[in-house]
Every structure is written in structure tokens, then in C-alpha cells.
Design a protein around this ligand. Structure first.
Ligand SMILES: Cc1cc2nc3c(=O)[nH]c(=O)nc-3n(C[C@H](O)[C@H](O)[C@H](O)COP(=O)(O)OP(=O)(O)OC[C@H]3O[C@@H](n4cnc5c(N)ncnc54)[C@H](O)[C@@H]3O)c2cc1C
Length: 452
């Protein structure tokens, strides 16, 4: 029996979708698309259980899909089988603003959670860049971060409980509306970042914090990588805690700098963007301290305070990726993470790797977390250039490992980095990793070909 007919007997006919195209790929690029015998969009947790049971009974691969904004091919059904999408499992089960917590189903978008929290003066701090499309289930599965991870941490810090469907089709509830729980191995934490390979997340209890009253950016401009990285180190050494500590290198500014709202002096070769937040008084105090730390050796320091100027800054920053992608039409942007003392090695190394492969290179990223988006541009009409850009990304992975870092600080392993994990973990660590997978998914049917 084919999967579509088989599933039709266990889920509502409306839950099976005909047009499968948009469920076969994500935003990784690289021309990788999967295949699916069936795509199912359950509206209830019981349907998720039924799909898992059916797949497990019939040895059919099952790939979870959230908003499809992943950049590592995690949601691509490379081994075929069934795709299960969560967009209809999108209820807010409970919101307790006075207790700073929310219980949401996996398909609620990150943007909706952020908005709902904000309306009650709260904040859900993880802020990955495609928040209007990405889903909480996908954020949990990838342990998503974003600029504010520097002060607030990544998704794992904000999930206190999960409801997960595990093979061969059981519901398990871990944690809950608890702020502390050390009873078991951290099973909740294990599912965060598991990329759909251990179970299907159907709902999450999220922790929230009071939203800051004021957020003030302070930007330092420097001649080169050394000047910029020294400024980042001064910020860290000063003991002041910015909400965000980001950078853009000179190559990035070469493509996007024209639109920078406060004007880039021609000698600028590196930008550091920090943000102070807190109560009105606290944010202003932190902003002044950031200004002091950024000032030394700066070509200029800009500290906009008017709401319109601040919005203009973030609007410009939001468009930076479009500016560099527009150069050639294509870009591969990776997400390695390294110890902070190696930030400059990756910023410089990215340019050297690009040169070696004959592709335009740039880097930017979450400097305070040592999480760098090394980026290589290519024309989609030039397969050879695209292959060289891809090879450059693999050299960046190798560089990160050489420097004691990780091949992924944000996007996950997915399909793209499937051959990287063993090198990062070593034989013993990788053996443990494999045994964890076997313990949860003995038939290896959940998102096969990923995170391995
Ligand atoms: C413009 C842009 C900016 C981005 N910026 C950031 C950033 O700043 N920080 C960051 O961390 N990421 C960023 N990303 C990457 C991506 O948005 C995040 O990884 C996001 O968390 C993926 O969520 P999604 O719902 O789109 O998941 P998908 O892409 O659909 O899936 C990602 C993985 O999660 C699994 N999965 C999805 N839902 C479930 C579920 N319910 N249960 C089990 N497994 C599931 C899938 O199988 C897959 O392995 C960015 C992407 C884009 C396009």
C-alpha cells in the first residue's frame, strides 16, 4: 500500500495535501530537493501520533517540516517517505502573562509568539531572522538563536517543557510550566536542537521576560578587522552587558554600506553594532558605557536615540543580506561558531578562503557569541562558481574545527553538514551521539540522512 492511501485510513482526508512541491525543499539552496509519497498536515496531536504509528509500522521515513526557513536542508525529505508539516497545529494553548509563560503548539510562528508576548509587555527573546515564517517547532528543533542570544541565550534557555511524539507513536510530556526541574537527564534539552531526528515536537512551554523599556543601538566604525575585533574585546572586558554585539566586515559594507543611515566615512573597514536595553535609565547608562568602550581607535561612533533613527538603522541592517545577494544573485552563508579569541581568524580566514576558491567573500555575525556568517557569492547561472562557493563553505567548516569551534552555531547540521559531525565530536562523542539516536528511533526512520 502506498503512503498516501495508507495514511488516508488513519487521518482526516483534509490533512493530506495534494500539491507537494513547497514541502520538498527549504532555504539551503544547492539545488537539493527531496521526494515524498505523501505530505500530511495534521490539525491534532492524535493525528501526529497516527502518522508516526503508520510510518513506524510500515518502515516509511518521516520528515518533520516547520516553516521551511532552515538553511541546512534539515526539512528536505532526502530519503522520500512522508513529510509531516505543522502549520495547522497552531493553537496558543495557554498564555499566563502574569507568570511570564506561554504554552503553544509547534506550528505557531515565532513572530506570533513575539507579538503576543509584546502586547502584554513581555518578550520571547530568541529572534531568528525569518520570524514571520519560522515556527516554534522549527526553532526548538534547531535551537535557534539570533542577535539577542548574546544577552538572553538561545531557544534552549526559553523552553521549560515539551510535548513530543516519539517512536513508535507515543506522546511524552517533558518538563512543563516549571522554571526549575533537574529530575531526569535533560530530556527536554535533548529534544531542543535534535532537528526532527528523535521525535516530533507538538507543543512547547515557553518562558518569557518583561520587555525592556528602551533599546538603544551604539555603532562603532573601524579601519580594519584588528581595530574592530579589539573594540569587541574592549566591550567584553569592560563588564558592560549589551543585548546584542554584532559585526559586519569591510566586504559586507562594500556591498551594503551606501544605505547606512548615518554615513560611512570612506576609511571604514569594519562595523560593530551593539545594543543597550533595560529600563530607560539602565539603557541610557549601558549605552554610555558602550560608547566609551567603542570609542578608542574608532573612525566614528554613532549612537542614535530618536525612534525614527533607530528604526532606520534596523531597517538598513535587515536589508544587508539582500544587498550582497543582489551582487551576483546567489550566496551561501554559513554559521560556524568559534571561541571568542578566534573571531579575527575566521573574519580574515573567510576572505582568504574566498580568494583561494576565486569567489567573492564576506563575513558578518553575532560577534559576542563568536558565531560568524561566512558568506560566498555566486551567480546561479554559473554552476562552476556555485560549486566553488560550496567548496569554500566546507573549508570554513574545517577552519572552525581547527580553531576548536563548531560547524554550526545556529542553522544546525541538517543535510548540508551531515559529514561534519564525526570530525567535530571525535569517535567516542560520535558513538554516543549515534547511540542516543538509536535509543529514540531504533528503525532510523525520523528525518533520515540528517544530523549524523
Ligand atoms: C533570512 C533568514 C534568517 C535567519 N536567521 C537566523 C538566525 O538569526 N538565527 C537562527 O538560529 N536561524 C536563523 N535562520 C534559520 C532558520 O530560520 C531557523 O533555523 C528556524 O528555527 C527554522 O525554523 P522552521 O520552522 O522554518 O524550520 P524548518 O526549516 O521547517 O525545519 C528545520 C528543522 O527542524 C525540524 N522540525 C521542524 N519542525 C519540527 C517539529 N515540530 N518537530 C520536530 N522537528 C521539527 C525539521 O525536520 C528540520 O530538521 C534564518 C533563516 C533565514 C531564511
Amino acid at each position: 500500500m502506498d503512503a498516501a492511501s495508507g495514511l488516508a485510513s488513519v487521518v482526516s482526508p483534509d490533512s493530506l495535501v495534494e500539491g507537494r512541491g513547497r514541502f520538498l525543499t527549504d532555504l539551503m539552496g544547492r539545488g537539493v530537493a527531496g521526494t515524498a509519497e505523501a505530505v500530511v498536515l495534521p490539525s491534532t496531536v492524535d493525528e501526529v501520533v497516527a502518522v508516526m504509528r503508520w510510518c513506524y509500522e510500515h518502515d516509511v521515513p518521516l520528515t518533520a517540516r516547520g516553516g521551511g526557513t532552515g538553511l541546512a536542508g534539515g526539512a528536505v525529505p532526502v530519503h522520500g517517505g512522508v513529510v509531516i508539516g505543522f502549520e495547522r497545529l497552531n493553537r496558543i494553548r495557554r498564555f499566563d502573562p502574569l507568570l511570564w509563560r506561554m504554552h503553544v503548539e509547534a506550528g505557531v510562528t515565532t513572530g506570533d509568539v513575539q507579538r503576543l508576548a509584546r502586547e502584554s509587555g513581555l518578550r520571547f527573546p530568541p529572534d531568528p531572522g525569518a520570524a514571520e515564517l519560522s515556527q516554534i517547532g522549527g526553532n526548538v528543533a534547531c535551537n535557534a538563536g539570533g542577535p539577542h542570544a548574546f544577552k538572553y541565550g538561545v531557544t534552549r534557555q526559553w523552553v521549560t517543557g515539551l510535548e513530543v511524539v516519539v517512536p513508535p507513536g507515543e506522546i511524552v510530556r517533558l518538563g512543563g510550566p516549571l522554571r526549575k526541574d533537574v529530575a531526569s537527564y535533560d530530556l527536554t534539552g535533548l529534544f531542543v536542537g535534535s532537528e526532527g531526528t528523535l521525535g516530533l515536537v507538538t507543543a512547547a512551554w515557553l518562558r518569557l521576560v518583561p520587555a525592556p523599556e528602551l533599546e538603544l543601538p551604539v555603532i562603532g566604525l573601524y579601519r580594519d578587522v584588528d581595530g574592530g575585533v579589539a573594540a569587541i574585546e574592549r566591550v567584553l572586558g569592560s563588564g558592560v552587558v549589551p543585548a546584542a554585539l554584532e559585526y559586519l566586515d569591510g566586504a559586507t559594507l562594500g556591498y551594503a554600506g551606501d544605505g547606512y543611515p548615518f554615513g560611512l566615512p570612506p576609511e571604514t573597514g569594519f562595523m560593530v553594532i551593539t545594543e543597550a536595553d533595560g529600563s530607560d535609565t539602565e539603557a541610557r547608562r549601558v549605552a554610555a558605557e558602550l560608547r566609551d568602550a567603542l570609542d578608542e581607535d574608532a573612525v566614528a561612533v554613532h549612537a542614535p536615540v530618536q525612534p525614527a533613527e533607530v528604526s532606520e538603522l534596523w531597517r538598513w541592517r535587515g536589508g544587508v543580506a539582500f544587498a550582497f545577494i543582489a551582487q551576483k544573485g546567489g550566496a551561501f552563508s554559513e554559521d560556524v561558531a568559534v571561541p571568542l579569541d578566534h573571531l579575527r581568524d575566521v573574519a580574515r580566514g573567510t576572505l582568504a578562503i574566498g580568494e583561494r576558491h576565486g569567489v567573492a567573500a564576506l563575513s558578518f555575525g553575532h560577534a559576542g557569541d563568536g558565531n560568524i556568517h561566512s558568506t560566498f557569492l555566486f551567480s546561479p547561472d554559473d554552476p562552476d562558481e556555485e560549486a566553488r562557493a560550496d567548496a569554500a563553505c566546507h573549508d570554513v567548516f574545517a577552519l572552525a574545527l581547527e580553531l576548536g569551534g563548531s560547524v554550526s552555531g545556529e542553522h544546525g547540521i541538517g543535510w548540508l553538514k551531515r559529514d561534519q559531525l564525526e570530525g567535530q565530536l571525535g569517535p567516542v562523542g560520535y558513538g554516543l551521539h549515534t547511540r542516543v539516536k538509536q535509543a529514540f528511533d531504533p528503525k532510523g526512520l525520523l528525518n533520515p540522512g540528517k544530523k549524523r
